[in-house]
Design a protein around this ligand. Sequence first.
Ligand SMILES: *[C@@H]1O[C@H](CO)[C@@H](O)[C@H](O)[C@H]1NC(C)=O
Ligand SMILES: *[C@@H]1O[C@H](CO)[C@@H](O)[C@H](O)[C@H]1NC(C)=O
Ligand SMILES: *[C@@H]1O[C@H](CO)[C@@H](O)[C@H](O)[C@H]1NC(C)=O
Length: 232
Amino acid sequence: MKFFTSSLVCIICIWMVKQHVTCNDVNILLTPDPQESVNVSTSSYFVDLARNFTQMMTSLQSSIEYVTKRVQTLEARAASDRHEIDRLQSVIVNITAGRKEVAFSARLSVTKEHMTDGTTVVFDQMISNYGDAYNPRTGIFTCTRTGLYLFSVSLEGHYTDGQGDIPAAITMDGTHLGYLVSDPIKSGQDVQGAVTMVTQVREGQRVWVEVYYRNDVSVFRTFSTFTGVLLS
Ligand SMILES: *[C@@H]1O[C@H](CO)[C@@H](O)[C@H](O)[C@H]1NC(C)=O
Ligand SMILES: *[C@@H]1O[C@H](CO)[C@@H](O)[C@H](O)[C@H]1NC(C)=O
Ligand SMILES: *[C@@H]1O[C@H](CO)[C@@H](O)[C@H](O)[C@H]1NC(C)=O
């Protein structure tokens, strides 16, 4: 194309010299063929468009990667926020419960057999133990704060081998405060005996539940519980 144009210019120059053609006329002659110019600009338009498209795709891809990372970060943060909220709720529950300071509930997780007069019933499974005053290994509540307390006990007796009754007492430092009896009288029968007491307890005094009067007593699991709470 260039060779063709140069040759054409040479021929035209010779022709111009011969014909005395003006510079203005040459300009008109050298203007590119409109058909050709459209083709050239059309192809460069598409090259431009393709480049723009590639750029757009690249930037779109990095945007997607950014958004994906951001979503992952936010998801992780939401999970850790959820965890933090749960923790704070537990702190609030503990603070609210902590105002009362002393409250516990425990139950028997396994049936206790062959208990004799004076044996402590050890409620081993803690339901709650605010103030940590009840010991699930010994079954003994040791008062950490002088005040008015409510104690409640229920014991389940199950009739087998000709007997099933359980006489028991809420006991403070060896003194029986309140009695209960569970007295099933027929084979396979279950009876739940219960007692609730309100009493003043001084710091250091100990309260527990013990079997009395009878020997070889069995206390049935799950349905037997011991609760204590500081009222004021
Ligand atoms: C310019 O493009 C047209 C069709 O778009 C084609 O017919 C013509 O031959 C092209 N001209 C050149 C010089 O490539
Ligand atoms: C390509 O992008 C440039 C800059 O954004 C713009 O000026 C041009 O018109 C675009 N070309 C096409 C063919 O879209
Ligand atoms: C709240 O109290 C319970 C039981 O005493 C304990 O297990 C838990 O760790 C306490 N929570 C906080 C956040 O202190």
